[in-house]
Design a protein around this ligand. Sequence first.
Ligand code: GLA
Length: 392
Amino acid sequence: MKSSEQRTQMIIEEFSRHFKQSPTLLAVGPGRVNLIGEHTDYNDGFVLPVAIKRDIRIALRPRPDRRVKVYSLEYDDWYEFSLDNLAYNQDALWTNYVMGVAWVLQELGIKLAGFDGVISGNVPRASGLSSSAALEVATATALLAASDQSDALDGVQIALAAQRAENQFVGVNCGIMDQYISVLGQEGQALLIDCRSLEYQLVPVPKEAALVIGNTKASRSLAGSAYNERRRQCEEGVALLQTVLPGVRALRDVSSDQLEEHKGLLPEVVYRRCRHVVSENERVLQAVEALRSNDLTTMGRLMNASHSSLAEDYEVSSAALDAMVEAMRSAGGCYGARLTGAGFGGCAIALVQPGREQAVADAIFEKYPKAANIWPEVYISQAGPGAQLIKL
Ligand code: GLA
Protein backbone atom coordinates (compact mmCIF):
# COMPACT_ATOMS: atom_id res chain seq x y z
CA MET A 1 0.00 0.00 0.00
CA LYS A 2 1.27 3.50 -0.85
CA SER A 3 2.10 5.68 2.16
CA SER A 4 0.07 8.75 2.91
CA GLU A 5 2.93 10.97 1.68
CA GLN A 6 3.23 9.03 -1.58
CA ARG A 7 -0.49 9.37 -2.19
CA THR A 8 -0.37 13.11 -1.51
CA GLN A 9 2.57 13.50 -3.88
CA MET A 10 0.76 11.54 -6.59
CA ILE A 11 -2.44 13.53 -6.30
CA ILE A 12 -0.53 16.85 -6.40
CA GLU A 13 1.22 15.71 -9.58
CA GLU A 14 -2.07 14.65 -11.15
CA PHE A 15 -3.58 18.02 -10.28
CA SER A 16 -0.72 19.89 -11.93
CA ARG A 17 -0.96 17.68 -15.02
CA HIS A 18 -4.73 18.21 -15.40
CA PHE A 19 -5.08 21.85 -14.36
CA LYS A 20 -1.61 23.25 -15.31
CA GLN A 21 -1.39 24.88 -11.87
CA SER A 22 -0.56 23.67 -8.37
CA PRO A 23 -3.23 22.80 -5.81
CA THR A 24 -3.23 24.94 -2.67
CA LEU A 25 -5.13 22.70 -0.22
CA LEU A 26 -5.65 19.05 0.60
CA ALA A 27 -8.90 17.93 2.26
CA VAL A 28 -8.96 14.44 3.79
CA GLY A 29 -11.91 12.34 5.02
CA PRO A 30 -11.17 8.87 6.48
CA GLY A 31 -13.24 5.69 6.32
CA ARG A 32 -14.20 3.94 9.53
CA VAL A 33 -14.58 0.61 11.19
CA ASN A 34 -17.07 0.08 13.98
CA LEU A 35 -15.78 -1.95 16.94
CA ILE A 36 -19.27 -2.57 18.31
CA GLY A 37 -22.73 -0.96 18.26
CA GLU A 38 -24.37 -1.95 14.98
CA HIS A 39 -27.78 -0.68 13.84
CA THR A 40 -28.01 1.33 17.05
CA ASP A 41 -27.28 4.81 15.66
CA TYR A 42 -30.73 5.31 14.12
CA ASN A 43 -32.27 4.12 17.37
CA ASP A 44 -30.69 7.01 19.32
CA GLY A 45 -28.22 4.52 20.79
CA PHE A 46 -24.48 4.07 21.30
CA VAL A 47 -21.73 3.19 18.82
CA LEU A 48 -17.97 2.67 19.20
CA PRO A 49 -16.20 3.26 15.88
CA VAL A 50 -12.64 4.26 14.97
CA ALA A 51 -11.51 6.22 11.93
CA ILE A 52 -9.16 4.04 9.85
CA LYS A 53 -5.95 5.00 8.09
CA ARG A 54 -7.60 4.80 4.70
CA ASP A 55 -9.21 7.89 3.30
CA ILE A 56 -10.50 9.92 0.40
CA ARG A 57 -8.45 13.01 -0.30
CA ILE A 58 -9.08 16.00 -2.52
CA ALA A 59 -6.27 18.25 -3.75
CA LEU A 60 -7.88 21.54 -4.67
CA ARG A 61 -7.45 25.10 -5.74
CA PRO A 62 -10.27 27.61 -5.15
CA ARG A 63 -11.82 29.20 -8.23
CA PRO A 64 -13.05 32.78 -8.45
CA ASP A 65 -16.40 31.63 -9.88
CA ARG A 66 -19.14 29.21 -8.78
CA ARG A 67 -18.03 26.18 -10.75
CA VAL A 68 -16.71 22.92 -9.34
CA LYS A 69 -14.54 20.88 -11.68
CA VAL A 70 -13.34 17.56 -10.30
CA TYR A 71 -11.40 14.60 -11.59
CA SER A 72 -11.47 11.19 -9.89
CA LEU A 73 -8.24 9.26 -10.21
CA GLU A 74 -9.71 5.83 -9.50
CA TYR A 75 -12.73 6.26 -11.79
CA ASP A 76 -10.68 8.19 -14.39
CA ASP A 77 -13.73 10.41 -14.66
CA TRP A 78 -14.27 14.19 -14.95
CA TYR A 79 -17.31 16.01 -13.64
CA GLU A 80 -18.14 19.69 -13.72
CA PHE A 81 -21.11 21.49 -12.22
CA SER A 82 -22.27 24.93 -11.17
CA LEU A 83 -23.11 25.68 -7.53
CA ASP A 84 -26.18 27.49 -8.93
CA ASN A 85 -27.57 24.36 -10.47
CA LEU A 86 -27.43 21.36 -8.18
CA ALA A 87 -29.66 18.42 -9.02
CA TYR A 88 -29.32 14.69 -8.48
CA ASN A 89 -27.98 13.04 -11.62
CA GLN A 90 -28.82 9.37 -12.05
CA ASP A 91 -25.86 8.82 -14.34
CA ALA A 92 -23.33 10.44 -12.04
CA LEU A 93 -22.03 7.95 -9.51
CA TRP A 94 -19.60 9.48 -7.04
CA THR A 95 -20.35 13.09 -7.95
CA ASN A 96 -23.82 12.98 -6.42
CA TYR A 97 -22.08 12.87 -3.03
CA VAL A 98 -20.05 15.94 -3.98
CA MET A 99 -23.09 17.84 -5.29
CA GLY A 100 -25.19 16.70 -2.33
CA VAL A 101 -22.77 18.18 0.18
CA ALA A 102 -22.64 21.46 -1.77
CA TRP A 103 -26.44 21.51 -1.82
CA VAL A 104 -26.73 21.02 1.97
CA LEU A 105 -24.08 23.64 2.78
CA GLN A 106 -25.95 26.16 0.67
CA GLU A 107 -29.26 25.13 2.29
CA LEU A 108 -27.57 26.00 5.60
CA GLY A 109 -26.96 29.49 4.24
CA ILE A 110 -23.22 29.17 3.64
CA LYS A 111 -21.93 31.16 0.66
CA LEU A 112 -19.77 28.81 -1.36
CA ALA A 113 -17.09 29.37 -3.98
CA GLY A 114 -16.11 26.80 -6.59
CA PHE A 115 -12.87 24.84 -6.88
CA ASP A 116 -10.81 22.67 -9.18
CA GLY A 117 -10.04 19.34 -7.57
CA VAL A 118 -8.51 15.91 -7.98
CA ILE A 119 -10.02 13.16 -5.83
CA SER A 120 -8.32 9.93 -4.86
CA GLY A 121 -9.16 7.32 -2.26
CA ASN A 122 -8.10 3.96 -0.85
CA VAL A 123 -11.21 3.13 1.19
CA PRO A 124 -12.65 0.04 -0.51
CA ARG A 125 -16.00 0.91 -2.08
CA ALA A 126 -19.30 -0.68 -1.05
CA SER A 127 -17.55 -2.72 1.63
CA GLY A 128 -18.98 -1.38 4.87
CA LEU A 129 -16.01 0.91 5.60
CA SER A 130 -17.92 4.09 4.75
CA SER A 131 -16.26 5.27 1.58
CA SER A 132 -19.31 7.45 0.95
CA ALA A 133 -19.02 9.19 4.33
CA ALA A 134 -15.29 9.67 3.63
CA LEU A 135 -16.11 11.35 0.30
CA GLU A 136 -18.83 13.52 1.85
CA VAL A 137 -16.58 14.65 4.69
CA ALA A 138 -13.61 15.33 2.38
CA THR A 139 -15.95 17.31 0.12
CA ALA A 140 -17.40 19.37 2.99
CA THR A 141 -13.88 20.14 4.21
CA ALA A 142 -12.82 21.10 0.67
CA LEU A 143 -15.84 23.28 -0.09
CA LEU A 144 -15.71 25.13 3.22
CA ALA A 145 -11.97 25.78 2.81
CA ALA A 146 -12.30 26.87 -0.83
CA SER A 147 -14.97 29.34 0.31
CA ASP A 148 -12.99 30.66 3.29
CA GLN A 149 -15.70 29.27 5.56
CA SER A 150 -13.76 26.63 7.48
CA ASP A 151 -15.05 28.04 10.78
CA ALA A 152 -18.69 28.23 9.70
CA LEU A 153 -19.56 24.79 11.14
CA ASP A 154 -18.20 22.74 14.01
CA GLY A 155 -17.36 19.05 13.65
CA VAL A 156 -20.78 17.75 14.65
CA GLN A 157 -22.48 20.20 12.29
CA ILE A 158 -20.24 19.05 9.43
CA ALA A 159 -21.16 15.42 10.21
CA LEU A 160 -24.87 16.30 10.26
CA ALA A 161 -24.55 18.16 6.95
CA ALA A 162 -22.81 15.17 5.36
CA GLN A 163 -25.48 12.80 6.70
CA ARG A 164 -28.22 15.09 5.34
CA ALA A 165 -26.55 15.05 1.91
CA GLU A 166 -26.71 11.25 1.94
CA ASN A 167 -30.30 11.14 3.28
CA GLN A 168 -31.87 13.89 1.21
CA PHE A 169 -29.77 14.22 -1.93
CA VAL A 170 -28.36 10.76 -2.56
CA GLY A 171 -31.41 9.09 -1.00
CA VAL A 172 -29.76 6.66 1.44
CA ASN A 173 -31.40 6.60 4.85
CA CYS A 174 -28.23 6.14 6.95
CA GLY A 175 -27.70 7.14 10.58
CA ILE A 176 -25.04 9.54 11.90
CA MET A 177 -22.23 7.15 12.88
CA ASP A 178 -20.17 7.09 9.68
CA GLN A 179 -20.00 10.83 9.03
CA TYR A 180 -19.48 11.58 12.73
CA ILE A 181 -16.42 9.38 13.13
CA SER A 182 -15.02 10.47 9.76
CA VAL A 183 -15.02 14.08 10.99
CA LEU A 184 -14.16 13.61 14.66
CA GLY A 185 -12.01 10.46 14.83
CA GLN A 186 -8.73 10.68 16.74
CA GLU A 187 -5.43 8.84 16.47
CA GLY A 188 -5.33 5.77 18.71
CA GLN A 189 -8.88 6.32 19.99
CA ALA A 190 -12.30 4.84 19.55
CA LEU A 191 -15.22 7.22 20.06
CA LEU A 192 -18.17 6.25 22.23
CA ILE A 193 -20.83 8.28 20.44
CA ASP A 194 -24.18 8.95 22.02
CA CYS A 195 -26.30 9.19 18.88
CA ARG A 196 -29.03 11.09 20.74
CA SER A 197 -27.06 13.88 22.41
CA LEU A 198 -24.37 13.73 19.68
CA GLU A 199 -21.70 13.92 22.38
CA TYR A 200 -18.72 11.59 22.48
CA GLN A 201 -16.17 10.21 24.91
CA LEU A 202 -12.71 9.05 23.90
CA VAL A 203 -11.97 5.39 24.54
CA PRO A 204 -8.29 4.58 23.90
CA VAL A 205 -7.68 1.42 21.89
CA PRO A 206 -5.36 -0.56 24.22
CA LYS A 207 -1.85 -1.24 22.91
CA GLU A 208 -2.52 -4.94 23.51
CA ALA A 209 -5.20 -4.87 20.77
CA ALA A 210 -4.71 -4.75 17.02
CA LEU A 211 -7.46 -4.51 14.39
CA VAL A 212 -7.72 -6.84 11.42
CA ILE A 213 -10.43 -6.15 8.84
CA GLY A 214 -11.53 -8.91 6.47
CA ASN A 215 -13.38 -7.86 3.33
CA THR A 216 -15.69 -10.66 2.15
CA LYS A 217 -15.88 -9.03 -1.32
CA ALA A 218 -19.44 -10.39 -1.36
CA SER A 219 -22.11 -8.30 -3.06
CA ARG A 220 -24.28 -6.15 -0.79
CA SER A 221 -27.19 -5.87 -3.19
CA LEU A 222 -29.81 -6.46 -0.48
CA ALA A 223 -28.36 -3.88 1.86
CA GLY A 224 -30.46 -0.83 0.90
CA SER A 225 -33.94 -2.32 1.03
CA ALA A 226 -33.27 -4.52 4.05
CA TYR A 227 -31.70 -1.57 5.92
CA ASN A 228 -34.87 0.47 5.46
CA GLU A 229 -37.01 -2.50 6.47
CA ARG A 230 -35.02 -2.91 9.71
CA ARG A 231 -35.51 0.78 10.47
CA ARG A 232 -39.27 0.43 9.97
CA GLN A 233 -39.40 -2.62 12.24
CA CYS A 234 -37.60 -0.70 14.99
CA GLU A 235 -40.10 2.14 14.64
CA GLU A 236 -42.95 -0.33 14.83
CA GLY A 237 -41.48 -1.76 18.04
CA VAL A 238 -41.20 1.74 19.54
CA ALA A 239 -44.80 2.59 18.63
CA LEU A 240 -46.10 -0.61 20.28
CA LEU A 241 -43.94 -0.23 23.39
CA GLN A 242 -45.06 3.40 23.78
CA THR A 243 -48.60 2.19 24.49
CA VAL A 244 -47.35 0.85 27.85
CA LEU A 245 -44.12 2.83 28.31
CA PRO A 246 -45.06 6.42 27.44
CA GLY A 247 -41.55 7.77 28.19
CA VAL A 248 -40.01 5.74 25.36
CA ARG A 249 -38.93 7.85 22.37
CA ALA A 250 -36.59 5.33 20.77
CA LEU A 251 -35.27 1.83 21.47
CA ARG A 252 -32.44 3.58 23.31
CA ASP A 253 -34.92 4.14 26.16
CA VAL A 254 -35.88 0.47 26.53
CA SER A 255 -34.05 -1.95 28.87
CA SER A 256 -33.80 -5.69 28.30
CA ASP A 257 -36.07 -6.26 31.31
CA GLN A 258 -38.75 -3.94 29.94
CA LEU A 259 -38.56 -5.58 26.54
CA GLU A 260 -39.02 -9.03 28.08
CA GLU A 261 -41.92 -7.80 30.19
CA HIS A 262 -43.81 -6.42 27.18
CA LYS A 263 -42.69 -8.98 24.62
CA GLY A 264 -46.28 -10.14 24.12
CA LEU A 265 -47.16 -6.81 22.51
CA LEU A 266 -44.76 -7.29 19.62
CA PRO A 267 -44.91 -9.48 16.52
CA GLU A 268 -42.15 -12.09 16.82
CA VAL A 269 -39.88 -10.57 14.15
CA VAL A 270 -40.24 -7.08 15.58
CA TYR A 271 -39.42 -8.45 19.04
CA ARG A 272 -36.18 -10.00 17.74
CA ARG A 273 -35.18 -6.77 15.96
CA CYS A 274 -35.76 -4.86 19.20
CA ARG A 275 -33.89 -7.46 21.23
CA HIS A 276 -30.84 -6.96 19.03
CA VAL A 277 -30.87 -3.17 19.41
CA VAL A 278 -31.54 -3.16 23.14
CA SER A 279 -28.90 -5.79 23.90
CA GLU A 280 -26.39 -4.18 21.50
CA ASN A 281 -26.66 -0.85 23.32
CA GLU A 282 -25.93 -2.67 26.57
CA ARG A 283 -22.97 -4.44 24.95
CA VAL A 284 -21.47 -1.14 23.76
CA LEU A 285 -21.42 0.25 27.29
CA GLN A 286 -19.92 -2.98 28.59
CA ALA A 287 -17.33 -2.87 25.80
CA VAL A 288 -16.25 0.61 26.87
CA GLU A 289 -15.69 -0.68 30.41
CA ALA A 290 -13.78 -3.68 29.04
CA LEU A 291 -11.48 -1.52 26.90
CA ARG A 292 -10.89 0.94 29.71
CA SER A 293 -9.87 -1.86 32.05
CA ASN A 294 -7.85 -3.57 29.32
CA ASP A 295 -10.02 -6.68 29.57
CA LEU A 296 -9.69 -7.82 25.97
CA THR A 297 -11.11 -11.26 26.63
CA THR A 298 -14.40 -9.65 27.65
CA MET A 299 -14.20 -7.24 24.70
CA GLY A 300 -13.77 -10.20 22.32
CA ARG A 301 -16.68 -12.03 23.91
CA LEU A 302 -18.89 -8.97 23.46
CA MET A 303 -17.88 -8.71 19.79
CA ASN A 304 -18.76 -12.38 19.27
CA ALA A 305 -22.12 -11.87 21.00
CA SER A 306 -22.77 -8.82 18.80
CA HIS A 307 -22.21 -10.93 15.70
CA SER A 308 -24.60 -13.66 16.90
CA SER A 309 -27.26 -11.08 17.69
CA LEU A 310 -26.84 -9.44 14.26
CA ALA A 311 -27.01 -12.85 12.57
CA GLU A 312 -29.88 -14.41 14.51
CA ASP A 313 -32.06 -11.56 15.77
CA TYR A 314 -31.38 -8.77 13.29
CA GLU A 315 -30.70 -11.10 10.35
CA VAL A 316 -28.17 -8.89 8.59
CA SER A 317 -25.30 -11.35 8.36
CA SER A 318 -24.68 -13.62 5.37
CA ALA A 319 -22.97 -16.93 4.66
CA ALA A 320 -19.88 -14.99 3.54
CA LEU A 321 -19.74 -12.85 6.69
CA ASP A 322 -20.27 -15.88 8.92
CA ALA A 323 -17.45 -17.70 7.10
CA MET A 324 -15.16 -14.66 7.47
CA VAL A 325 -15.83 -14.37 11.20
CA GLU A 326 -15.28 -18.13 11.67
CA ALA A 327 -11.95 -17.96 9.82
CA MET A 328 -10.80 -15.01 11.94
CA ARG A 329 -11.75 -16.69 15.22
CA SER A 330 -9.94 -19.90 14.24
CA ALA A 331 -6.55 -18.17 14.47
CA GLY A 332 -4.68 -18.13 17.78
CA GLY A 333 -4.56 -14.64 19.28
CA CYS A 334 -7.99 -13.53 18.03
CA TYR A 335 -10.04 -12.17 20.95
CA GLY A 336 -13.27 -11.91 18.98
CA ALA A 337 -14.72 -11.03 15.58
CA ARG A 338 -17.94 -9.63 14.17
CA LEU A 339 -19.44 -8.17 11.03
CA THR A 340 -19.06 -4.40 10.87
CA GLY A 341 -21.27 -1.82 9.17
CA ALA A 342 -24.73 -2.49 7.81
CA GLY A 343 -24.10 -6.17 7.00
CA PHE A 344 -25.24 -8.44 4.12
CA GLY A 345 -21.68 -8.46 2.83
CA GLY A 346 -18.79 -6.07 3.22
CA CYS A 347 -16.34 -6.42 6.08
CA ALA A 348 -15.82 -8.12 9.41
CA ILE A 349 -13.48 -6.90 12.15
CA ALA A 350 -11.34 -8.95 14.49
CA LEU A 351 -9.64 -7.76 17.65
CA VAL A 352 -6.30 -9.57 17.89
CA GLN A 353 -3.11 -9.69 19.93
CA PRO A 354 -0.42 -7.47 18.38
CA GLY A 355 1.98 -9.68 16.48
CA ARG A 356 -0.84 -12.07 15.52
CA GLU A 357 -2.24 -9.94 12.68
CA GLN A 358 -0.50 -11.97 10.00
CA ALA A 359 -1.65 -15.26 11.56
CA VAL A 360 -5.25 -14.03 11.41
CA ALA A 361 -4.76 -12.87 7.82
CA ASP A 362 -3.27 -16.28 6.93
CA ALA A 363 -6.27 -18.05 8.49
CA ILE A 364 -8.62 -15.85 6.43
CA PHE A 365 -6.80 -16.60 3.16
CA GLU A 366 -6.68 -20.30 3.95
CA LYS A 367 -10.25 -20.85 5.15
CA TYR A 368 -12.52 -18.15 3.76
CA PRO A 369 -12.12 -18.85 0.01
CA LYS A 370 -12.90 -22.55 0.57
CA ALA A 371 -16.09 -21.69 2.45
CA ALA A 372 -17.30 -18.75 0.38
CA ASN A 373 -15.68 -19.32 -3.01
CA ILE A 374 -14.57 -15.67 -3.12
CA TRP A 375 -11.06 -14.26 -2.77
CA PRO A 376 -11.05 -11.83 0.18
CA GLU A 377 -8.97 -8.78 1.05
CA VAL A 378 -7.44 -8.12 4.46
CA TYR A 379 -6.52 -4.73 5.91
CA ILE A 380 -4.56 -4.18 9.09
CA SER A 381 -5.37 -0.76 10.46
CA GLN A 382 -4.96 1.39 13.53
CA ALA A 383 -7.33 4.05 14.78
CA GLY A 384 -6.42 7.17 12.84
CA PRO A 385 -7.37 10.84 12.83
CA GLY A 386 -10.61 12.32 11.53
CA ALA A 387 -10.97 14.89 8.75
CA GLN A 388 -7.99 17.10 8.00
CA LEU A 389 -7.29 20.20 5.98
CA ILE A 390 -3.67 20.60 4.92
CA LYS A 391 -2.23 23.73 3.28
CA LEU A 392 0.06 22.72 0.42
C1 GLA B 1 -24.43 1.89 7.87
C2 GLA B 1 -25.06 3.22 8.16
C3 GLA B 1 -24.79 3.65 9.61
C4 GLA B 1 -25.21 2.53 10.57
C5 GLA B 1 -24.62 1.20 10.14
C6 GLA B 1 -25.13 0.04 10.96
O1 GLA B 1 -23.03 1.98 7.95
O2 GLA B 1 -24.54 4.21 7.30
O3 GLA B 1 -25.47 4.85 9.90
O4 GLA B 1 -26.60 2.48 10.70
O5 GLA B 1 -24.91 0.91 8.78
O6 GLA B 1 -24.66 0.15 12.27
